[in-house]
Ligand binder design. Structure first.
Ligand code: ADP
Ligand code: MG
Length: 357
């Protein structure tokens, strides 16, 4: 840590005996206050709307200036990623892919290419539950339309064939993507936020920040601690919206939550939300909330969405294979399940019973 106690001045060194005693006392005071200042840097928190959510950076720094400079750099990094990967920003990699003629090769940035390649690996690993071509059907699900009416089975069936990552061809040398069927679209909505968090944290570290939380609408990563206290993330109940569980976050850990309560619409008593099961083209029904905890915010983000689609049995198989990931699952009956690995890290705040697995 860049923190050195202040030195005595040359003037105090030249004084008489009582003068030098005073000088020694002064040095001790400065030393002590230096140590205290070292131990308790101030907490600076600043939020900004980015990547479709509120991003809040909380950093511990010795000065306000250092905190602001580091935070601004991290925000710029997130804005840069948004400009590359947002489907609604014209000229972004994703907008260009989605506009391209079927079969055409689109050259994209190495970063977007890497994230799409990783998405394809996760698609394989999750048996197709995670599929960025869900976006081919996302036009059918406009939750802000009033009144909201879900698409009928005929419409869903006519478009379902467009959702299949097997029809996304990647060329690693040329860094090109091509969509094999007319009408196909991609969206990184379930993974790009994690990437933005990871990169923002890397920027903070580069600016000398050793204790911080990067929070993008509840998905977050932490480093270090909050003045010696462990960072805490709050898990929200999908219906009451109250925080029901606190998650102790260790140095470098990330958590991401996929829920049916942020973007949704009700129709005839049924909740329609934004996490789409690629096998049906409809909202996945197994869970109300899935939180994944791990060391990589990209994986946490993507696997939270994937597990939401996979359901309990397949989710547990995946979590058993992947020892670096833990999860808190809230099923459709609001029953709470959690990885046994998290037993030490969860603080139950409400009237909640956890079933460990
Ligand atoms: P949030 O964006 O609220 O944090 P998620 O991380 O679960 O929640 O991301 C949900 C978003 O992921 C959707 O809005 C959509 O853009 C995208 N998505 C939906 N279903 C899938 C899926 N099966 N595979 C990949 N991405 C999906
Ligand atoms: Mg996600």
């Amino acid at each position: 840590m860049m923190c050195t106690p202040k030195r005595q001045t040359s003037k105090s060194r030249r004084g008489n005996r009582s003068g030098s005693l005073r000088a020694i006392a002064l040095v001790i005071v400065l030393l002590v206050s230096g140590i205290i200042a070292c131990k308790r840097p101030a907490v600076h928190s600043v939020g900004r709307p980015l990547i479709g959510t509120l991003v809040t950076l909380t950093v511990l720094a010795e000065s306000h200036e250092k905190a602001i400079i580091a935070s601004e750099a991290a925000f710029s990094e997130i804005a840069r990623i948004e400009a590359l990967m947002s489907p609604v920003i014209g000229g972004s990699d994703i907008a260009r892919i989605n506009k391209s003629a079927s079969g055409a090769s689109v050259i994209i940035s190495p970063e977007t290419f890497a994230l799409i390649s990783q998405s394809k690996e996760i698609w394989r690993e999750t048996g197709g539950a995670f599929d960025i071509t869900f976006a081919s059907m996302s036009g059918l699900w406009n939750f802000s339309r009033v009144p909201f009416v879900p698409p009928g089975p005929a419409l869903l069936n006519s478009m379902k064939h467009l959702v299949n990552m097997a029809n996304v061809e990647l060329d690693g040398k040329k860094k090109t993507v091509s969509l094999k069927k007319p009408g196909m679209k991609t969206g990184l909505g379930a993974i790009a936020k994690g990437y933005a968090i990871r990169r923002a944290m890397e920027v903070l570290r580069r600016y000398g920040i050793e204790n911080a939380m990067v929070d993008a609408g509840g998905d977050l990563q932490v480093i270090g601690s909050k003045n010696g206290e462990v960072w805490m993330a709050g898990l929200i109940h999908p219906r009451t919206k109250r925080i029901i569980i606190g998650i102790k976050m260790r140095d470098g850990e990330a958590v991401a939550t996929s829920g049916d309560y942020e973007r949704y619409a009700m129709y005839r008593g049924v909740r329609y939300h934004h996490i789409i099961d690629p096998s049906t083209g409809e909202p996945a029904r197994h869970f109300a909330s899935v939180s994944v905890i791990g060391r990589d915010p990209v994986e946490a983000d993507a696997f939270a969405t994937a597990i939401f689609v996979m359901g309990m049995e397949k989710a547990r198989e995946l979590l058993a294979r992947r020892s670096g990931l833990s999860a808190i699952l809230i099923d459709a009956d609001m029953k709470v399940w959690a990885s046994r690995r998290l037993a030490e890290d969860l603080v139950v705040l409400g009237d909640v019973e956890i079933t460990w697995f």
